[in-house]
Design a binder for this molecule. Structure first.
Ligand SMILES: NC(=O)c1ccc[n+]([C@@H]2O[C@H](COP(=O)([O-])OP(=O)(O)OC[C@H]3O[C@@H](n4cnc5c(N)ncnc54)[C@H](O)[C@@H]3O)[C@@H](O)[C@H]2O)c1
Length: 425
């Protein structure tokens, strides 16, 4: 085990990034740098900690319920709170990082920011992230009912629960389901070996299983250490897709999973489906000959697309790449419509406060800000907007919001920053 870790570290060192290629969201250097420790010092405000404690105490009696019995064994209450604390720190940390490194107007999205709230708000993603004995999935030998052990997830026994979650998501994704029906017989993706790195949620599971239904072979890892729905990962594995991911991976686990996912000598990918560019980056740096054999890359995130452009500018992108991020439907759904539902859901779960009558300042009236303001208004909040772009400020005003300077809001309970990140206070 120690030897394996050492190897991973060596690989990480090998992957030192060049200037043209911006760093991935997690440090590859292993040990904490001065920069890292600076971020680790970022703490939740006392108010938030108080709210988290309150949420924890509410969690405890619930976890003693009969229905929640299984999750109680998993240490649900504690984990919910821990996850919330970590997420909060992560957001604050990333905010610093983003603003130190990136131009404000570009609206780049780091991986950790790109956790879609819908990926973290399901029961399973929040609560079932611990195995019974608390050991790392890497130390456990698990097998599917068919005897395969080519995967690494939290608990294969949760596959049935995950399947139910996927079935619900299927009902909300009719386009993919129709595609399965129409093209499933022809298997247009036969021969495609897709290695993927996205949030592993019920929704992405529908995508992965659609690719499989169309004839592709898929292997999947998580693009974010916090967002994996463990039950969904189990369902995917049980149905035959090798998945290497669990909620609460360490940074080292993250790269280990990617390495395992990329394949063995007998299975090498010819397509990449990436969210954030970490997987692409790993293959590009560590397996240059395999990278050259890739037939296409699909990239979902602002960050990943930005990295691909950098590679392209440097004349080193030898593979066709598709920028999904800039498609209108992706932008509208990922930002405006999803955030309309998910940001408030996330805020309510973390703070557990009512929004009716609260004064809320939303910083930034872009895609996300617009969705957020609409949702806040619907909940009865008094919404203020700050903007640096006069057109967006005008839009906010015409939509009925008061455009202000942040310094004018003296007693607001909640601030929602959408020029780059989000926090509550
Ligand atoms: N699910 C998620 O967590 C998720 C999803 C999508 C986007 N995001 C992130 O949310 C942020 C907003 O995304 P978007 O699509 O709405 O971007 P956007 O570019 O459409 O909007 C950003 C707005 O913020 C404004 N702004 C910039 N600096 C400001 C400042 N100092 N004060 C006030 N306003 C300022 C800009 O003028 C712009 O109107 C981005 O950082 C994005 O990465 C998160």
């Amino acid at each position: 085990m120690a030897e394996e870790k050492e190897q991973m570290r060596a690989s990480c060192e090998y992957l030192t990034l060049t200037d043209e290629y911006p760093p991935p969201h997690t440090e590859l250097d292993g040990p904490a740098t001065e920069e890292n420790s600076k971020y680790q010092e970022v703490k939740c405000s006392p108010n938030v900690l108080q709210m988290l404690k309150a949420a924890e105490s509410r969690c405890t009696p619930q976890s003693q319920d009969k229905e929640g019995e299984e999750m109680t064994e998993d240490g649900k209450g504690e984990l919910v709170t821990e996850a919330l604390k970590t997420d909060m720190q992560l957001q604050l940390t990333d905010q610093k990082q983003e603003f130190n490194k990136r131009p404000i107007k570009a609206g780049h999205r780091s991986l950790s920011q790109s956790i879609s709230q819908s990926s973290t708000d399901s029961y399973s993603s929040v609560c079932s992230d611990s195995s019974e004995d608390g050991s790392s999935p890497r130390d456990k030998l698990q097998k599917t009912s068919k005897g395969s052990s080519d995967f690494c997830i939290k608990n294969i026994k949760h596959a049935d629960f995950g399947r139910r979650e996927i079935q619900i998501a299927e009902q909300e994704m009719p386009a993919l389901m129709v595609l399965r029906k129409r093209a499933g017989g022809e298997k247009p993706l036969a021969g495609a070996k897709v290695v993927g790195c996205t949030h592993i949620t019920a929704q992405t599971a529908v995508l992965i299983e659609t690719l499989s239904a169309l004839g592709a072979q898929c292997r999947w890892a998580a693009c974010n250490i916090f967002s994996t729905q463990n039950t969904v990962a189990a369902a995917l594995v049980e149905a035959g897709t090798p998945v290497f991911a669990w909620r609460g991976e360490s940074e080292e686990d993250f790269w280990w999973c990617i390495e395992r996912c990329i394949g063995t000598d007998s299975w090498q990918p010819n397509m990449i489906l990436d969210d954030g560019g970490d997987l692409t980056h790993w293959i590009y740096k560590k397996y240059p000959s395999r990278f050259k054999k890739i037939k296409g890359i699909v990239e979902e995130s602002v960050t990943g697309v930005y990295r691909l452009y950098q590679l392209s500018k440097a004349g080193r992108l030898c593979v066709p790449a598709m920028n999904v991020n800039d498609s209108v439907t992706k932008q509208k759904f990922d930002n405006l419509y999803c955030c309309k539902e998910s940001i408030l859901d996330g805020l309510k779960r973390t703070t557990d406060v009512m929004f009716g009558g609260k004064q809320v300042a939303v910083c930034g009236y872009g895609e996300v800000g617009k969705g957020c303001c609409a949702a806040l208004k619907a909940l009865g909040a008094i919404v203020y907007v700050t903007e640096v772009d006069p057109i967006c400020a005008l839009q906010a005003s015409m939509d009925g919001f008061r455009v202000i300077k942040l310094s004018e809001v003296v007693r607001q309970a909640i601030k929602t920053w959408l020029g780059g990140n989000i926090w509550t206070e």
